[in-house]
Design a binder for this molecule. Structure first.
Ligand SMILES: [Zn+2]
Length: 160
């Protein structure tokens, strides 16, 4: 069965990584994805474009089934639509460790958009307050294209 969600195996910093791409919806083959998990797997979701409500439900079922099988999952380069879900749904991450997220930036001068990986190392808020220069027009600083106060709210839940 081919769903809109595809993945391929890779390695990142010596860890088994599955790079996901596409949409997480009711058509995504998350059972197939679960079968592809190793004992410890890093999921790179930076190329996930969208997750709908069925996708959210299936994703959370996928994480708890994987956990029940003793699979250790790390979320790496977490896509912006998944960060939104992390901030809305307390259990969206399951027991996953999250090492980095993708943050959206837009250029005020030329409207160029990009997402940049932000490591969750304690400097993440500082990073979005100091946006990168625009690679398209050379403007000195792009603007963070989400709600600065809320984007990392899920980190506070973690400490609570
Ligand atoms: Zn620009």
């Amino acid at each position: 069965m081919t769903g809109p969600l595809a993945w391929h195996a890779s390695t990142h910093a010596g860890r088994d990584t599955l790079v996901l791409e596409g949409d997480i919806t009711e058509d995504a083959d998350l059972d197939g994805l679960r079968a592809a998990l190793r004992t410890a797997t890093e999921l790179d979701t930076s190329a996930v474009r969208r997750i709908n409500s069925c996708g959210v439900r299936d994703w959370m079922a996928f994480l708890s089934a994987a956990e029940a099988e003793g699979k250790d999952i790390t979320l790496h380069r977490c896509a912006v639509p998944l960060v939104s879900q992390l901030n809305m749904i307390a259990n969206f991450r399951g027991h996953c460790t999250i090492t980095s997220v993708m943050a959206p930036f837009v250029c005020g001068a030329c409207d160029h958009e990009l997402t940049e990986e932000i490591a969750l190392d304690g400097t993440e808020r500082e990073r979005i307050q100091n946006p990168p220069p625009c690679p398209a027009c050379g403007a000195a600083a792009m603007e963070f294209d989400d709600l600065e106060e809320q984007f990392f709210a899920f980190l506070d839940d973690e400490r609570a």
